[in-house]
Design a protein around this ligand. Structure first.
Ligand code: ADP
Ligand code: MG
Length: 631
């Protein structure tokens, strides 16, 4: 096959135009980031090669000095970034930069609002990567050849960023990737050596391999001088330096590099552990949740290095799932360099590193909670939901995580109440931490179960997040206090109970025996039991789950996600002091009695945010009753 026959022109996926258009407009004020993105890719390619070469030296092709080179040409108006990293074959080029169906892009498109100003804001949150070259270039050429590959199997990719790209097989003697940007009109500032040098120092100083640029020579006209390159960055792995050698800006740039985030991080942890298991960690808490926080396989996690060689960024091995938003690097001196990614799974040292890192991170969160409340608030808002999973998944650290939890309560709508705050406000004689779960904060907040607690001024935690039912099931005690759902089992207010009220209820309960029995019959099959309630002051009735039954919110969620759960029937509690119950007690018409009972039952279902079995029948019955009032 000749080279020319190989050239094909292909279309980007439909969305690429929109993406590029937005990117160019929204990032224009910050356009030099293209250099960071391309250098970051080159550095990743070097990392990948170094790792693959551990098991296959020949991939180095006799040249193991990994580096990145930046050239510019004033006449041609081009910038060229070349690396001698892993390179790509034709399929890889097509897959990696030919289409845009990367998870970040898909999410990006899902979050678009159509309002360009707003959408432009959004773009910065997504790793923009290779395509950012089109911010400054109207034509981009990428030539690459995979390490260990055939020099005749090089690939040239080229595009003007307007919907199409071409692919062509070329001869490429040196391995790695070379990207040439043909600058747009007016972008001449990037053709100045000092400018490029300053961008590299600002954005990419921490890159651990050398970034070279041609030495500026000011020789006589016509005088031939050998081309000399000098290293522009400090080319040492940032995390290996001591803290006082690293500036705030370098820390932040490194974060942006490892996280593909555009914003400054919220907090960081840089720490070295000495001993038989030595490692360094430089970990960050981002200031906002990454777009893939709720994906099954989030992409950029914590990267594992062994003696400065990149090994893997498979998040789940280094961080438990509930800390999947953490970004950064852990570099081990004690793991063997030739460890395979598979073997890592069962490695004891790695397990220790992981638990050490978790402890340090929990310490960092505790520190924020104590000393930087505003930051902690921001942290909780972004990651609180995820951290809650820790109570369920990380038995060993459960108590420490529980201390970090923040809830809404009847005293404070915002999720700001810690369990310690709650305990400090407990009423005299109160020995339990009361909570209620609901489908949402407002469902929990408006639950009839709260009535008696409001009356007595006892604080109740309002758990309205999806995960809260699981959380509550796993957190049965905190600091020796039992966490008690107020919608489950008989209400036992302990010493908070008013003895007089209790007696009154006992006294009247006989009067209601007949009514209770009649209601039970009417609701046969729908309820486990019918009881007189002492938790209601304003509502006629409510539903309660049995003492050891499944939490009703959880049951609902499980059903929604298609799990089969043993259907538990609720206990129907009626308020003997309510006028409607009084009316029901005296109702002699059988059919009216049945209608009213069923309406009260359905209302109780509705008031906990549930769905009634037969809404049409409910409306019909209700209208019947309304009509009777109107005549
Ligand atoms: P990301 O770096 O987040 O994956 P990019 O758009 O920056 O996204 O790059 C897309 C992909 O293209 C990379 O994941 C990598 O597989 C490939 N790639 C880009 N630049 C290079 C390079 N210099 N060498 C090898 N592969 C590269
Ligand atoms: Mg990239």
């Amino acid at each position: 096959m000749t080279v020319a026959e190989n050239k094909v022109t292909l279309g980007f996926e439909a969305e690429v135009k929109q993406l590029l258009h937005l990117m160019i407009h929204s990032l224009y004020s910050n356009k030099e980031i293209f250099l960071r993105e391309l250098i970051s890719n080159a550095s990743d390619a070097a990392d990948k090669l170094r790792f693959s070469a551990l098991s296959n030296e020949s991939l180095y092709e006799g040249d193991s000095q990994l580096k990145i080179r930046l050239d510019y040409d004033k006449e041609l108006r081009t910038i060229t970034i070349s690396d001698n990293g892993i390179g790509m074959n034709r399929d890889e080029v097509r897959e990696n930069i030919g289409t845009i169906a990367r998870s970040g892009t898909r999410h990006f498109f899902e979050s678009l609002t159509g309002d360009e100003a707003k959408d432009s804001q959004l773009i910065g949150q997504f790793g923009v990567g290779f395509y950012s070259s089109f911010i400054v270039a109207d034509r981009v050429t990428l030539e690459t050849r995979e390490a260990g590959g055939d020099p005749e199997e090089g690939v040239r990719w080229e595009s003007n960023g307007e919907g199409e790209f071409s692919l062509e097989t070329i001869q490429k003697d040196d391995r790695g990737t070379k990207i040439t940007l043909h600058l747009r009109e007016g972008e001449d500032e990037f053709l100045e050596g000092w400018k490029l040098r300053s961008i590299i120092r600002k954005f990419s100083d921490h890159i651990s391999i050398p970034i070279e640029m041609k030495k500026e020579t000011h020789g006589e006209e016509g005088e031939e001088k050998p081309v000399e390159y000098e290293i522009v960055n400090s080319a040492s792995a940032l995390w290996t330096k001591s803290k006082d050698e690293i500036t705030e800006e370098q820390y932040n740039e490194f974060f942006k590099h490892v996280s593909h985030d555009f914003k400054e991080p919220l907090a960081r942890l840089h720490s070295r552990v000495e001993g038989t298991n030595e490692y360094t960690m430089l970990l960050y808490v981002p200031s906002h949740a990454p777009f893939d926080l709720w994906e099954r396989d989030p992409k950029h996690g914590v990267k594992l290095y062994v003696k400065k060689v990149f090994i893997t960024d498979d998040a789940d091995k280094l961080m438990p799932r509930y800390l999947r938003f953490i970004r950064g690097v852990i570099d081990s001196d004690s793991l063997p360099l030739n460890i395979s990614r598979e073997l890592l799974q069962e490695n004891q040292l790695l397990e220790k590193i992981r638990s050490g890192a978790v402890k340090k991170l929990l310490g960092l969160f505790e520190d924020l909670a104590k000393n930087e409340p505003d930051k902690f608030k921001a942290f909780w808002k972004e990651f609180g939901q995820v951290l809650k999973e820790g109570v369920i998944d990380d038995y060993k650290n459960k108590d420490r995580i529980a201390k970090l939890l923040r809830f809404s309560s009847t005293e404070n709508d915002a999720q700001e109440v810690s369990l310690d705050d709650y305990i400090s406000r407990m009423k005299e004689g109160q020995d339990k931490i009361y909570y209620i779960t609901g489908d949402s904060l407002s469902a929990a907040k408006n639950s009839p179960h709260l009535e008696i607690f409001r009356k007595k001024g006892v604080e109740v935690l309002l758990l309205g997040d999806r995960i809260d039912s699981w959380l509550a099931d796993h957190l049965s005690d905190y600091e020796g206090k039992h966490l008690q759902s107020i919608a489950r089992g008989d209400l036992d207010l302990g010493k908070l109970e008013d003895e007089k009220e209790k007696e009154e209820l006992n006294n009247i309960s006989k009067d209601f025996d007949d009514l209770v029995a009649k209601i039970k019959k009417t609701l046969d099959g729908k309820v486990a039991d019918v009881k007189l309630s002492h938790r209601l002051t304003a509502s006629p009735a409510c539903l309660v789950s049995e003492a050891y039954g499944m939490n009703r919110t959880m049951e609902k969620i499980l059903k929604e996600v298609g799990q089969t759960v043993p259907s538990s029937k609720p206990v129907f509690e009626i308020n003997p002091n309510h006028a409607l119950i009084g009316k029901l007690k005296n109702e002699t018409d059988e059919s009216r009695f049945a209608d009213l009972t069923l309406i009260l039952f359905d209302q109780a279902v509705l008031s906990e945010g549930g769905q009634i079995d037969d809404p049409a029948a409910f409306v019909h019955k209700l209208n019947n009753l309304l009509q009777q009032i109107m005549v």
